[in-house]
Design a protein around this ligand. Structure first.
Ligand code: ADP
Ligand code: MG
Length: 634
């Protein structure tokens, strides 16, 4: 079931989702890009810092060594200045060594390398002849202001071999001897300890890779040989090539950022390195540092997106929601018509949609109404059609019944007429024979005469029955003749054998009319009605015969004062062979009906049980041709 806010919620969440996507994706892309830039900048910065650190370390070393060389140079120059002596004496050397605790051993050599004076104990680790050769080469031959030799271990720690040329006079070009000093590097170590950075590896090594000092070394100096470090330094040196800082990957798989500084004075090198992922580490740190900021920004953005979505979506969903509700209402109730006031119709596409919906709803209603009207009409037509079909079926059935009946009657009539003919002849023979016997009997007694009377009466009755049957069965064409009605009726009544108990009442209209009929057939019909009336009155009563002349038709009526006709008999009495009488044929009224029908007349019966019956025959009045006011009876 759709609830009120569902449309809003659906659209709203979609919009919020899209807006968030729209605003967050670029943020992430930019953020990622910035991180990338940041990491490069950071690497650069780290490299610079490393270089700075390397330079600072180099400066510290140079300062220390220069300090020593100057110290010795000044000493040598001082003694040169005082001159006079052939050479530095033992007391001077002793003084020099005592005044500077880092000086472990001092020796004065001549230009041939011969030891003239010495103070202190020479370290055994020094390859003396080799060093002396180098000393002479540098100080005597090449006349360099000093010579810096190898670095060696001793029980007091690392020391360095140094040498300085000795001259007779300050301006002398000629070198007269050499001062060789083994100087401890403890001071250098202490200085370096203070300069070494906390967060970087730093190594100071000779060109051959001999490690002199490294970050973390006790006392700041590498007291023992560090073969692993030497290998690393040599590899770094090789990978660095000519550049002073680089990101390199060592054979151990370690990735480092390394910077290097030269020390031209001693030929040493300073290496400063850090793991390459230090940038990632730093970035992580800085990112996590600003995590709160990021969270706040994202939250603010989400809030903004939410508020914007609400203001954007609400004006869209409100009309849509009302539209939806109207549609649901229309779906549930077909008679409901959406009106403009049921909807929000803003001045935009949604408003157009709503307006279109209103129009559509109206049109739908009209169509529905039309459809309902058409349906009703159809139902009515259906009903009418059904009724007509029913009527027609009824008529058809009646017609079929009528047809069957007439067929049957025709067959019966035919048979009756054949039988009647066959009986009439023997009857005539019997009648003749009876008359003859009557004549032959001379003295007929009363009994015999009575029997003759019965025979004659029965023959007469049989003959009349035969006449009736033949009359009904006869189907000849009408023989029309124009007759005067009153005289015609009087003639019929005059010839009828009324019995004494019957009173005849004449109500014939004085204005006689002419009718064009088959005189024989109509006469038979009237006689049948009269005989029924007489029979009904059972020997006593009044028979009224009259006419009523109308404009086009004339009514002949024959009324009796008999018992009347019951409803039941009335329905059946025109059927052939229907009779309520013991000796009746039931053909009298059948002949009447047939004759009136053949003359296109009408027959009406008024009857009241206990009072009497009145038969009314309506026939067309015959007027001469040319008289337009009357039709011609056929
Ligand atoms: P039938 O006279 O041989 O009985 P009809 O066809 O002439 O046959 O008459 C049919 C029946 O109609 C009669 O048997 C009688 O019951 C009834 N009927 C006819 N005319 C009258 C009348 N005037 N009064 C009462 N009953 C009549
Ligand atoms: Mg009769």
């Amino acid at each position: 079931m759709n609830t009120k806010g569902s449309l809003f919620r659906g659209l709203f969440s979609n919009a919020v989702f899209v807006l968030i996507l729209i605003s967050i994706v670029p943020m992430f892309v930019i953020g990622y890009h910035l991180m990338d830039v940041n990491s490069r900048v950071l690497k650069n910065e780290i490299s610079q810092k490393q270089q700075t650190v390397a330079s600072r370390l180099a400066a510290a070393v140079r300062f220390n060594i220069t300090h020593n060389t100057q110290y010795f140079s000044v000493f040598v120059d001082l003694h040169t200045d005082f001159g006079g002596h052939n050479f530095i004496n033992a007391a001077d050397l002793k003084y020099l060594r005592r005044s500077n605790p880092s000086v472990l051993y001092l020796a004065a050599l001549n230009t041939e390398g011969k030891l003239l004076l010495s103070s202190g104990k020479r370290a055994e680790s020094v390859n003396w002849p080799q060093e002396i050769k180098s000393v002479l080469q540098a100080c005597v031959k090449e006349q360099k202001p000093y010579y810096l030799g190898g670095v060696y271990p001793s029980k007091d720690g690392l020391f360095m071999l140094m040498a300085f040329p000795i001259r007779q006079h300050l301006n002398d070009r000629r070198v007269s001897g050499v001062l060789v000093a083994e100087t401890g590097l403890a001071e250098l170590g202490r200085t370096l300890l203070q300069v070494y950075p906390m967060d970087m590896n730093a190594v100071i090594a000779t060109q051959e890779g001999q490690v002199i000092s490294y970050n973390g070394a006790p006392g700041g100096l590498a007291a023992e040989p560090q073969p692993e470090m030497t290998d690393r330094v040599l590899e770094i040196k090789k990978l660095l090539g000519s550049s002073s800082s680089k990101e390199i990957k060592l054979s151990s798989g370690e990735k480092i950022l390394v910077a290097e500084a030269d020390l031209p004075i001693s030929g040493w090198r300073v290496y400063v390195d850090q793991p390459a992922d230090v940038t990632v580490q730093l970035l992580k740190e800085s990112t996590f540092h600003s995590l709160w900021d990021v969270t706040v920004i994202v939250l603010m953005m989400l809030l903004f997106v939410g508020v914007v979505s609400y203001w954007v979506i609400k004006p869209i969903t409100r009309p849509l929601e009302r539209l939806r509700r109207a549609a649901v209402k229309q779906r549930e109730n077909g008679d409901y018509v959406v009106r403009p006031e049921d909807l929000d119709i803003p001045n935009n596409e949604i408003g157009e949609l709503a307006q279109a919906f209103v129009d559509m709803s109206g049109a739908l209603h009209t169509r529905r109404q039309e459809l309902i009207g058409a349906q009703t009409e159809l139902a009515q037509m259906n009903q009418a059609l059904e009724k007509r079909v029913e009527e027609r079926t009824h008529e058809l059935k009646a017609a079929t019944r009528e047809l069957v009946k007439s067929e049957r009657l025709a067959a019966i009539g035919q048979m009756a007429s054949i039988i009647s003919h066959e009986i009439r002849n023997p009857l005539a023979v019997i009648s003749n024979a009876t008359r003859l016997i009557k004549m032959l009997v001379r003295t007929p007694d009363a009994k015999l005469l009575k029997q003759f009377g019965i025979i004659e009466a029965e023959i007469k009755q049989a003959n009349s029955i035969i006449s009736e049957v033949l009359g009904y069965a006869r189907t000849r064409d009408l023989i029309l003749s124009t007759i005067d009605l009153n005289s015609y009726l009087r003639e019929i009544l005059l010839s009828y054998p009324f019995i004494p108990g019957i009173t005849l009442k004449d109500e014939l209209d004085p204005e006689s009319v002419r009718i064009k009929v088959d005189a024989e057939e109509i006469k038979q019909a009237i006689r049948n009605i009269v005989s029924n009336a007489v029979e009904a009155m059972n020997g006593g009563g009044t028979l009224t015969v009259g006419t009523k002349v109308g404009r086009r038709v004339v009514c002949i009526y024959i009324a009796d004062t008999g018992p009347g006709i019951s409803e039941e008999v009335r329905h059946k009495m025109f059927a052939p062979f229907f009779t309520t009488k013991a000796r009746g044929t039931g053909l009298g009224l059948a002949v009447v009906g047939k004759a009136i029908g053949r003359h296109k007349g009408k027959l009406f019966i008024q009857s009241e049980v206990g009072k009497g019956t009145c038969f009314q025959i309506y026939l067309k009045i015959y007027k001469k041709p040319g008289d337009t006011s009357y039709g011609e009876a056929s």
